[in-house]
Design a protein. Structure first.
Length: 734
């Protein structure tokens, strides 16, 4: 009798208990007991399985065992039909008909046959007679087979629960996105300028009981950091995603732990593993190995750039990347447990000599290499390596992934006719499909992908690289907030490397391009009639995609070296766009809290926010910037947009305010420059207070500390009753 250790184990076992003690195990039990006996009517140099086909004494003993203990004719015939083809092909004999053999043995003749159990079989000489296992011996064999197959079924069924779990998560995401889309559509249809009385009515609705659960979810589940106020900021070499993602990951981890530790049935007299400790080791090793393999397609699916799940749920790359990393970590831990379990069993049963023999087996050393490759993937994917040495991370990730998949294929190929490879092939299909879609995005940007031109300029005063990419051939219209992967083909040794960059804005004025240093741009009046106008009124003349890049190490450092002395034209390969554009134009009030090159986010959205179809009534940009030259270039290039009465800009710099006033001019009175760090909590509080119970989008893009303060301030405002506040973080997370 089994007593599951937890309620979950009881629930998940209900639908498999019907298979216990089924007749299909009886023929297997007879075959197992007769493996303890050796008959002398075949050549001893033949393999054991061939002898089992050719030995008439063994076949007769087997059929008599069937007749005495196995009353299910269908299972008996099924076993014989399953063995006959193998005996025909490999042993050159055809198994005799069951009834022809059994009918030759009368009850009296059967009564005189020797009965044996496991202990007696060990003392047997080579037999020249027909024998039958004792009932107690057959029962032990039946129980051994029954439990082994039951555990095997549980391993696979528990593995499928991984897919059920993520299906439930995706369904929640799809449902949430559908509700959001329907709500936004209805708001768009009903939109018209509102009066004070209408505003009061809507505010009352937002304070109704219907809005309370949504506000509660935003305050305690969807927006906050998992622990304290740190979300974008790493904990050492580790990053912790927002609370809603962490809760999802935690449920997944708990599910894996429970399913890897429950529903193990340990029996006395087990013929495979007499010790219960050996039974537990075998079952745990098999369970963890199978669930680890089942998790493989999820690892590949969540690691794709071109993942349809991102579109149907509205979740960004960072969300699925977090799922990708944690599923991989769980699968790796399970693979390590599986490998260590088998290693300990081998050492316990046969010592190091036996372990060395196993290393000569093709499936065994491939399995060990697969585990090592998975551990290498985990080690080289730590946040510090991903962030500081992306190229090393990328190369090791690709190589180790190929090794892990290749060796895992050969590890499981020999088991049950290779049926476990149904979990390997989807990984390959996903990988090929992702590469195919990447190529499609590249061709959609420019059919002559090898000949896309980009002009890069470096301004030492602002420590900024501007890249203008010719985008007139793109079939897909760029959207604010999207990003592109860029290869520099001029670097032959590094042409395979690519990095994502967020689109800052579109430029249609050939006079304002990267051949002109950032500090020597045209006047605000000229900019307002060129780039700003193009942003407000997109046209077919908009040729250039503009990216603002802060050079660091690796790829961006090499990009800087190309244009360190003078602007340079490069050949680039552009893959994109990726990401999705948030509907900020549906919010009456928007607050951008950005730092450095994060100014690209509000710049990319301004054209839509100030368009006639927008509901936006007020936009405030709080920008922390160190370089005077960077600020001056932005103020000059976007004077037309920043001069709109709905836009307010607060710039925090370390330069002297009197010096900065010289670049403002008369048309930019809405821009205020201060010489201190921004009080993020204060500006969020002020924006929430001004919005009242209306909708407010708080958008953060910049240093991790700034983003975390904006997130924390948003949660605080929700706690103070400002239910319309929403938080968005525009950053690419590896």
């Amino acid at each position: 009798m089994r007593v599951p250790p937890s309620l979950l184990c009881i629930v998940v076992s209900l639908h498999v208990t019907s298979a216990l003690f089924a007749g299909r195990f009886c023929p297997l039990a007879c075959d197992l007991t007769l493996n303890y006996a050796t008959f002398n009517d075949t050549d001893p140099w033949l393999s054991k399985k061939v002898r089992s086909c050719r030995s008439k004494l063994r076949i007769t003993s087997l059929y008599l065992c069937f007749d005495e203990y196995c009353k299910d004719d269908r299972e008996r015939e099924k076993w014989i039909r399953g063995q006959s083809p193998w005996c025909d092909e490999h042993a050159g004999v055809t198994l005799p008909a069951y009834q022809d053999v059994v009918d030759q043995w009368t009850p009296n003749k059967r009564a005189g046959l020797r009965r044996f159990d496991a202990d007696e079989a060990k003392a047997f000489p080579v037999l020249n007679e027909v024998v039958i296992p004792r009932e107690s011996f057959h029962e032990r064999a039946f129980t051994t087979m029954d439990v082994a197959f039951h555990q095997y079924d549980l391993h696979l069924q528990y593995g499928w629960y991984m897919y059920y779990f993520w299906m439930a998560v995706i369904i929640v995401g799809i449902s949430t996105r559908l509700v959001t889309l329907i709500t936004n559509t209805e708001h768009g249809k009903r939109y018209h300028p509102i009066s004070d009385s209408e505003s009061t009515v809507r505010a009352t609705r937002s304070r109704s009981i219907i809005g309370f659960p949504k506000a509660w979810m935003k305050r305690f589940v969807t927006i906050p950091a998992t622990f304290g106020d740190r979300c974008s900021q790493p904990y050492g070499w580790c990053t912790i995603p927002p609370r809603i993602q962490s809760l999802t990951i935690l449920l997944f981890v708990v599910l894996n732990v429970l399913l890897c530790t429950c529903s193990y049935q340990l029996t006395d007299g087990n013929l495979y593993w007499p010790k219960k400790s050996a039974q537990l080791s075998r079952y745990v090793s098999d369970r963890t190995g199978i669930i680890s393999l089942v998790n493989f397609p999820l690892v590949w699916l969540f690691g794709m750039r071109n993942d349809a799940l991102m579109w149907i749920t509205g979740w960004g790359f960072g969300t699925y990347n977090a799922f990708h990393r944690w599923v991989a970590r769980v699968a790796t831990l399970q693979a390590v447990t599986h490998s260590l379990g088998y290693t300990l069993m081998i050492l316990e049963s046969g010592g190091w000599s036996s372990f060395r023999k196993y290393w000569t087996k093709h499936y065994f050393w491939n399995g060990e290499l697969a585990t090592i490759a998975m551990c290498a993937l985990l080690g080289f994917s730590l946040y510090g390596i991903r962030r500081a040495h992306y190229e090393i991370f990328l190369v090791t990730h690709i190589v180790s992934s190929i090794v892990a998949l290749w060796t895992m294929y050969y590890h499981v190929e020999i088991f049950t006719d290779g049926e476990w490879n149904i979990f390997i092939w989807p990984c390959l299909v996903i990988w090929i499909l992702d590469r195919f879609l990447r190529a499609g995005r590249t061709l959609a940007f420019n059919r002559q992908f090898w000949n896309t031109k980009a002009t890069v300029t470096y301004d030492p005063a602002s420590n900024l690289v501007r890249m203008d990419v010719a985008g007139s051939q793109s079939w897909i219209k760029p959207q604010p907030g999207t990003y592109y992967y860029i290869h520099v083909l001029n670097d032959i040794l590094y042409a395979h490397q690519n990095h994502p960059f967020t689109l800052a804005y579109m430029s249609s004025d050939t006079a304002v391009d990267a051949t002109t240093p950032l500090t020597s741009r045209p006047s605000p009046q000229r900019a307002s009639s060129s780039e700003s106008e193009a942003l407000l009124t997109p046209s077919t003349k908009s040729n250039n995609l503009v990216f603002l890049i802060r050079p660091y190490d690796g790829f961006t450092s090499r990009l800087q070296s190309h244009c360190l002395l003078y602007p340079k034209m490069l050949r680039v390969l552009v893959e994109g766009p990726y990401g999705h554009s948030e509907p900020f134009h549906l919010f009456p009030s928007i607050l951008f809290v950005v730092g450095g090159t994060g100014i690209a986010v509000p710049l990319s959205h301004l054209s839509r926010l100030l368009s006639p179809v927008s509901r936006v009534q007020h936009v405030k940009i709080v920008w922390a910037v160190r370089e005077h030259a960077f600020l001056a270039s932005v103020l000059r290039d976007f004077a037309g947009l920043l001069g709109d009465e709905r836009v307010e800009m607060e710039v925090h710099v370390t330069q002297d305010k009197e010096v900065m006033d010289e670049v403002l001019g008369e048309d930019l009175k809405s821009v205020r420059i201060v010489t201190r760090r921004p009080d993020v909590f204060g500006v969020v509080h002020e924006a929430a207070r001004d919005a009242g119970q209306g909708k407010l989008a708080v958008v953060a893009c910049g240093p991790a500390g700034m983003a975390d303060r904006a997130r924390s301030a948003t949660v605080e405002m929700l706690g103070r009753g400002y239910r319309g506040v929403e938080y968005f973080e525009e950053s690419f997370k590896w």
